[in-house]
Ligand binder design. Structure first.
Ligand SMILES: *Cc1c(COP(=O)(O)O)cnc(C)c1O
Length: 402
């Protein structure tokens, strides 16, 4: 065969997800090989010397990297349009590495208030032990980011859409401000997925994922990833990751690599169902409010239109009280009660008593999370079945004054 003219960077997302990073062994296997090995043998002492010196870029030890993990990293990097990717054992390992690799004692961080609970714990509880302070801001308010910045601000962190109420923040606006003051921007892009939002193109320095969510998409394994510029990933994270060991198992990387093949299909189908479901929910007399990025009643609808190319597989809605939310969840027959998201199986959760229970009531109110809110992660079941299940559970609230 003559040299291939195809440039993977020109491919559609769907093709990148199937073909990106593929590195076949001499056996020519169709499915990506799973290299379940801790270490690698060298032909000669000289070749070991060359690997350790960096003159030969081959693998050394699975804590540093391994072939199946690299295929996953290369495929995700190609999809994201990033120069480099580092996979981690979980989304939180990725967030921890991404944040702490960019700061040192005496530095200051500005972060969105509405965050995944463990991300907030790292900034509020863990980082101060190492002399890093964080100011939390109302993320959609650009002036609040500017006001919070100090001479020692080195890092901005945000999640958009954010957990659990799908609050959206102007990523390009925050990145422009960060550039002005010489701070880096890390974006947690889990809710948007790489299918609907590309933070690097909006000016972010680093994107993080919990691959546990849509990238697996079938509720099996944990994983995470950090993406960005190759030099930045090398500088900020390479030694840190090698010596502290948040490496992903090759088995989990293999599952996630196969998960990527169907990511585009799954996310689009789940979104289509979610969009139909949220319209039905919004019209129900017991529902006080909904949050969904492509609905004009979303408070940051215009920003969503500008920076996202699609909606979400997640829906949030307010049924007024905790008792009503619990009654709704308990009446579901198809949708599971579970705090995970992005799975092929639909699930619903009550954020204020589960994912966000470690926040004080006051902190929850600051992000608008009252006790009546329910979050649904829409899966791949038939739309009519989910509509019937959710509709019946909402109708069950009509008979009861809660
Ligand atoms: C789940 C999640 C994480 C953490 O990922 P794990 O894989 O559970 O460690 C971080 N950020 C967001 C937005 C998440 O939804």
């Amino acid at each position: 065969m003559t040299a291939v003219a195809e440039d993977p960077n020109d491919w559609d997302a769907a093709t990148r997800l199937i073909r990106g990073g593929l590195n076949r062994s001499s056996h020519g296997e169709m499915a990506e090989a799973l290299y379940l090995t801790q270490s690698f043998a060298y032909d000669t002492a000289e070749s070991a010397d060359a690997r350790f010196s960096g003159a030969d870029t081959g693998f050394i030890y699975a804590r540093y990297g391994s072939p199946t993990v690299k295929m996953f990293e290369d495929r995700l990097a190609l999809l994201e349009g990033a120069q480099a990717c580092r996979a981690t054992a979980s989304g939180m390992a990725a967030v921890h590495l991404a944040l702490t690799g960019l700061v040192k004692a005496g530095d200051h961080v500005v972060s969105a208030k509405a965050l995944f609970g463990s991300c907030r714990w790292i900034l509020n509880t863990w980082a101060p032990r190492f002399g890093v302070e964080t100011t939390l801001v109302d993320a959609p308010d650009l002036a609040a980011w500017r006001a919070a910045a100090r001479p020692n601000t080195r890092l901005f962190f945000l999640e958009s859409p954010a957990n659990p109420l799908l609050e959206i923040c102007d990523i390009a606006g925050v990145c422009a401000l960060a550039r002005e003051i010489g701070a880096k921007v890390v974006v947690d892009n889990v809710f948007a997925t790489p299918i609907y939002q590309s933070p690097l193109k909006l000016g972010a320095d680093v994107v993080v994922y919990s691959a546990t969510k849509h990238i697996d998409g079938q509720g099996r394994v944990m994983g995470g990833a950090i993406l960005g510029d190759a030099a930045l990933l090398d500088d900020a994270y390479k030694d840190f990751a090698r010596h502290t060991g948040p490496a992903i198992s090759p088995f989990n990387a293999w599952i996630l690599l196969k998960g990527l093949e169907t990511l585009d299909l799954r996310v689009r189908r789940q979104t289509q169902t979610a969009a139909a479901l949220v319209d039905q929910i919004a019209h129900h007399p017991r529902v006080k409010a909904t949050r969904y990025p492509t609905r004009p009643d979303h408070p940051q609808y215009e920003i969503a239109q500008r920076q996202m190319t699609g909606g979400s597989t997640l829906i949030a809605f307010d049924v007024g009280t905790r008792a009503a939310a619990f009654r709704f969840l308990n009446a579901l027959e198809i949708v599971d009660i579970s705090n995970n998201l992005g799975d092929a199986k639909s699930m619903a959760t009550h954020p204020s008593t589960t994912t966000h229970r470690s926040m004080t009531q006051e902190q929850r109110l600051e992000i608008g999370l009252t006790d009546g809110w329910v979050r649904v992660s829409v899966g791949l079941e038939g739309e009519a079945d989910l509509a019937r299940d959710v509709g019946r559970a909402l109708d069950g609230l009509l008979a009861n004054e809660l």
